[in-house]
Every structure is written in C-alpha cells, then in structure tokens.
Design a protein around this ligand. Structure first.
Ligand SMILES: [Zn+2]
Length: 446
C-alpha cells in the first residue's frame, strides 16, 4: 500500500512540522508549524491542497513549530475544524498572539484571527475514541512533552488501515507532566527523531545537576541566564527551582542557595508569565506529584524571591542589575526575545553564565553560542557581534524529547508492529541512527 502521508514540513528537520493526508475524500493536516533557523518547509502556495479545502487540522501540541502557520491558513480561507486536547486549546491563542507580533499584523487582523481560532477549535480528552466523519475515527494519547501534548491515531474503517502520529514525545519523570502513554498499534507510524542518536543523562539527577551548576555559577557573583521556551521549559525550570530552594537536602548541599538568602530569580518574559498562569489553571492535567504539592498548600510554580518582569521598562532596568541573579527569558534558541538583550549586555563578562536547558536548532544563535564557548569565538546577536566569554553549560537531562532508548521503548510498547515507520522531526544524523536501531529490531523504516 502507498504511504498515505505527504510531509509539508519537519520531514528532515526539527521545526515546521506539517503533514497532509487525504482520507475518504477528507483533507486532513496534522500540525502546521513555523520553521526556525535554517529549516525550510513547503510554502502553502505549493501545497497539494488549498487552505480553504482543508477539512480538519489536528494539533499535537501548542509549540509554535507545530501551530505557527494557523494564522496564515486562516487568512488563506481555512474554515474547517481544529482538533486538539483541552490544554492545547487553551494555549493556542496566547502562543499565536505572541508569534504574530513579529508578523506586522494590525491589532484588528490579530483579533480577527484569534476569534476565528476560538470558533474553529475543539478540545478533546486523551483516551476515548471519537468518530470524525465517513468511517474515520481518532484517538489522542498523552505524549508527555508539554502540557496538553498528544500523539494522534487515526483509523479509516473503509480504507482498512490506521495511522499514528507521535508528535513530540517526552520523557518519563518530567516535572508537572504525566509520563507518556503507550499507543495502540497502527499500520503506519510517523515518528519524531529529535534525539534519535542520543542518550540523555540520568533525568532523576537533573535537579541536582541544575543546583550544582547554579551554585557554581553564582559563587563569583555573576548573572546566570537561562534561555527557555515560554511554554513548557519555563514552567519546568520554575518547578525545579522551587524544589531546590525549598528542599532541605539541596540547601545542605549548596549553602549558596540557602533559604531566604538565595539569589533573586527574574522571569523576564511576558509570554512566559501568561503561560505559567495558564499552566496553573490547568492543574487538573498535572502529574500526581505536582498536584499533591498543590493540595498540601505549596504552589510548585511560585517561590520567595521570584519576580515577574512583564513590562519593557522593567526589562530595561533588569539589564543594569548586578549579580548574583538568575534570569529566565525567551527564546530558548536565543533567536529573539528578551534573552537576546541580556546576552548582548552580558555574554562578554566571564563571571556570567548561560545555562541551556533545551533544544537549539541548527543556525540559531543558541547553537552558535554552544559551538563558540570553548574557543571564545564570536556570535551575532540581533546584528551585534559579541565574543562568548561567559561560561556556557548545556544540561542535556532537560530535554523535552525522548532519547533513542525512550523512542525505541515507546515503539516497542505499541503492542503491535507498524507495517512501516517514517522518521521525521530530526536532523540527518539523528534520523539515520534511529533508523538503524529500529531496523536492527526488525522494523521497516521507509
Ligand atoms: Zn514541541
């Protein structure tokens, strides 16, 4: 049987996820992401279907590299239905509002798009099977990547086959999130491969690793910059800082981080603040541990000496503040957002440190900083060339994506072998390493 999916983006790179298929005459898109860095997708003007002819857009989660093209598709006439989980539905509009700021849309045009998205989107729970149309059914499952992230299984009774989109798969033991679930068997599997060639460090050690790096970095009174995606990573980092500052074990180990005297933490991100508030409101979807903390009267996303920086003038004041201080700001890849100002001001100061806790795509300043750290080479930030003299730390245990073992385990837990697996959402090395590992286990990768 012919492979039923056309990849319009995110096939051989990590950003811009977008997949199209036609089932029983229905035009279905799974994700419609924006590309970043050097990544490229197929422009909608070249797609095999017009936006106005699309019947359904399924969304695996609310990261912009999976939903960022919604405004364009709506402007081009999309009037079908958007299907996702309840938390994703709550996160789409704030995420797109922020993304659209860079597209020079008028306020009216932006409001119109957000109203249309509200009208067209439908939230569903993970678990049950729902009927779509013409004998097609779908089922969402928890992917453990960010709040609301899901994998999507579609089955066409009349065509007699099923297809599963992994979306972005997370790891076990992620703060706030329930672990990824096992998926039902499917004939075709579209599998992400971001870290298909890597094994992460021991994730249970990562809080200690973060505490150790922070204690080390703050000892000389410098600033610590944590570039973080506003959605997902920021909330995880807040959660773990809350543990570090309130758990006696860490305070014993790292007296620098002790009690009320710990350095102030600034969340310098209007979007990060909005999303954190939405995360708080969605606590019904948190994992057991986080819900238990909340029930016990402790808000795991808030602690003493955590300061919000919503306004731009406050951000400018913060640029001049002396260390020791911890600053969390977007974007995670340092390709834009307030982190860029902090780095322009602070990357040449050896007492400062940059702590990376997430993926950085090829061609982004974040990736470049990591490459130039050892040689103290230069990086271009917002058109300004700067030498990398600050310390650079990459905490791999923080990835929001499963590593090779996690991906293989998830495929193995499906309870049936797909007839074919298509690897997407990974750079060449990652895809070929994962393909080899799958083929060694007898899977067909095509
Ligand atoms: Zn994602």
């Amino acid at each position: 049987m012919k492979f039923p999916v056309v990849h319009l983006g995110g096939e051989k790179c990590v950003t811009g996820s977008c997949h199209f298929m036609q089932l029983q005459g229905l035009n279905i898109l799974v994700d419609c992401g924006m590309t970043q860095g050097e990544d490229r997708g197929v422009d909608p003007s070249q797609w095999p279907v017009r936006a106005s002819e699309l019947d359904f857009i399924f969304l695996t989660h609310a990261h912009v590299d999976h939903i960022g093209m919604l405004p364009r598709l709506i402007a081009d006439g999309f009037g079908g239905e958007i299907i996702c989980t309840h938390p994703t539905q709550a996160l789409i509009v704030p995420m797109l509002n922020d993304a659209m700021r860079f597209e020079h849309l008028s306020d009216d045009a932006r409001q119109d798009v957000t109203r249309r998205i509200d009208d067209l989107s439908w939230g569903f729970e993970c678990g049950p099977t729902f009927d779509l149309k013409r004998g097609i059914s779908f089922k969402l499952g928890r992917a453990g990547h960010i709040l609301g992230s899901c994998f999507i299984r579609l089955e066409s009774a009349r065509d007699g086959f099923s297809i599963l989109f992994s979306g972005d798969l997370g790891n076990r033991d992620t703060p706030l999130l329930p672990d990824p679930e096992a998926a039902d068997p499917a004939d075709f599997l579209i599998l992400e491969s971001t870290y298909g060639n890597r094994l992460h460090g021991d994730r249970r050690q990562r809080v200690r690793q973060l505490a150790g790096v922070l204690a080390h970095c703050l000892a000389d009174g410098g600033k610590v910059f944590i570039p973080a995606f506003a959605l997902g990573r920021t909330q995880e980092v807040l959660y773990e800082l809350d543990r570090i500052f309130s758990d006696d074990a860490y305070r014993e180990m790292y007296p620098q981080l002790r009690g009320e005297a710990h350095p102030p933490v600034f969340l310098d991100s209007p979007l990060g603040l909005d999303i954190t508030q939405i995360y708080s409101g969605l606590h019904a979807y948190w994992d057991e541990e986080a819900r238990a903390l909340l029930m016990g009267g402790e808000d795991p996303l808030d602690f003493d000496r955590l300061f919000a920086v919503p306004r731009h003038y406050q951000h400018e004041q913060l640029l001049g503040v002396d260390g020791p201080v911890i600053i969390i700001a977007g974007s995670g890849m340092c390709a834009g957002g307030r982190i860029v100002d902090h780095l322009v001001h602070g990357i040449e100061e050896p007492r400062n440190d940059i702590v990376f806790v997430g993926y950085t795509a090829k061609g982004t300043p974040g990736r470049c900083i990591q490459a130039q750290a050892e040689s103290h080479g230069t990086v271009v930030l917002d058109g300004v060339e700067r030498r990398v003299r600050a310390g650079v730390h990459v905490l791999s245990g923080y990835s929001a994506h499963a590593d090779q073992r996690g991906l293989l385990d998830w495929v193995g837990a499906m309870g049936g072998r797909p007839k074919m697996i298509r690897l997407v959402h990974g750079e060449d090395d990652a895809r070929s390493a994962l393909a080899a590992a799958l083929e060694q286990r007898g899977y067909v990768v095509g």
